[in-house]
Design a protein around this ligand. Structure first.
Ligand code: SF4
Length: 390
């Protein structure tokens, strides 16, 4: 009897439909040279935009109909540029229009220079609203790298900000670190990683510096104003990252995400597991299980449209092969891997394609395909090789 009851409680948990809400705050103090997210360095529309987001929450109240909200993520841009009252007004609107909420994780992205003692006290007060996770954009603890990237904060500000948030009891902290920066030696990269360990950071997202087209970095490299990125260095530093994380008991639960057990990001994990989410604000993306939708990436146009009660978004309904390919692309990046029996896939085709892929790049065990450390360097290419064509 006791076993049956436990089973039914677990089964009910997994049968409950859970979803997340992402809010894009499109303002930054200055443009990082590598960045291709949508943001504005002018905050003149900030208060109008916050009002528009609150209104968009109302306009979208049925998008996740029937779903229980499990996570909220304030990203950007730089959400730490919002005042506590502005954050509260957004959260109030969410809880008003989404009464079915079982909030497990509420993350706010912050840049180190915003995390002054006063701001941290304001954020600590927002814990009563559910704020329980901070994502701090550190990128490097070395000043030369920050200058190369045109980050707005200093290395010292990053260290002080982390210690301050920990002092007020924010234990669930994640930081971003970038590798492959031409100003950074392998020793300095190792030092960055060890500094994060010394600080007791339980979750680290780490990305290779990539040169996206139309960014300042792209232009500066092409015109000789910035040192080019070296692919061999990037590969080497990714290997250093994986080796250090593994030897310090961090799980690489997604190619770019490492966590101590119990600290996996729920919101992002839900993206990778294909759960539904609602994106609010300019350029934010949403997914309802069948289609993807993305808002206009322009603050002015977004505000004007929302004020006339029209959500300024484009929608794309995913074809069966697109759904399969998204599953291949995301699942291969995770610790949970790709189930080759999944109904979206053709198991026989996958088995045929695997014969053409270097056997040292993957493990196929109990019908679950995962990538080895060597294979993680080629994740996108391996996924593309397995893609299904229309
Ligand atoms: S702070 Fe973040 S969003 Fe803003 S420019 Fe830098 S990388 Fe881009």
């Amino acid at each position: 009897m006791r076993i049956r009851k436990t089973f039914s409680v677990i089964a009910l948990y997994y049968l409950r439909s859970m979803a997340g809400i992402y809010i894009h705050i499109p303002f930054c103090k200055q443009a990082c040279h590598y960045c291709n997210f949508y943001f504005s360095v002018s905050t003149s529309l900030k208060s109008d935009l916050v009002k528009a987001i609150a209104k968009e929450i109302e306009l979208n109240k049925d998008y996740l109909a029937g779903e229980e909200i499990e996570t909220i993520y304030l990203g950007g841009g730089t959400p730490s540029l919002l005042s506590a009252d502005e954050i509260k007004s957004i959260l109030d609107s969410i809880s008003h229009y989404h009464p079915k909420m079982d909030l497990k994780e509420l993350t706010l992205e912050a840049n180190p220079d915003d995390l002054t003692p006063e701001k941290i006290n304001e954020l600590a007060a927002l814990r009563s609203y559910g704020l329980n996770r901070l994502s701090i954009g550190v990128q490097s603890f070395h000043q030369a790298d920050l200058i190369y990237m045109n980050r707005v904060h200093s290395a010292q500000e990053a260290l002080s900000a982390i210690r301050r948030v920990q002092d007020v009891g924010f234990e669930n902290v994640t930081i971003d670190l970038i590798y492959g920066t031409p100003t950074m030696s392998d020793e300095q990269w190792m030092d960055n990683i060890l500094t994060a360990f010394d600080l007791g950071i339980p979750h680290i997202s780490s990305y290779a510096l990539t040169v996206e087209s139309k960014t300042y970095l792209d232009r500066y490299i092409k015109t000789g104003r910035a040192i080019p990125v070296n692919e061999t260095q990037t590969v080497r530093q990714f290997d250093i990252l994986m080796a250090q994380m593994s030897s310090h008991n961090y799980d690489q639960y997604e190619i770019s995400n490492f966590a101590r057990p119990g600290h996996y990001a729920i919101h992002n994990t839900n993206y990778w597991l294909g759960k539904k989410y609602l994106g609010l604000g300019p350029s934010a993306h949403s997914y309802d299980g069948q289609s993807r939708r993305w808002n206009v990436a322009n603050n002015n146009n977004y505000i004007k449209s929302i004020n006339t009660a029209v959500i300024p978004a484009e929608v794309e309904r995913l074809t069966p092969s697109q759904q399969a390919n998204e599953y291949i692309m995301t699942s291969l990046r995770t610790i949970w891997g790709m189930d080759i029996r999944d109904s979206r896939l053709q198991m026989a085709d996958i088995m045929t394609e695997l014969k053409n892929i270097d056997a040292s790049f993957y493990i196929l065990k109990d019908n679950i395909l995962t990538l080895t450390q060597a294979g993680k360097h080629y994740a996108d290419r391996i996924a593309a090789d397995l893609f299904i064509e229309d």
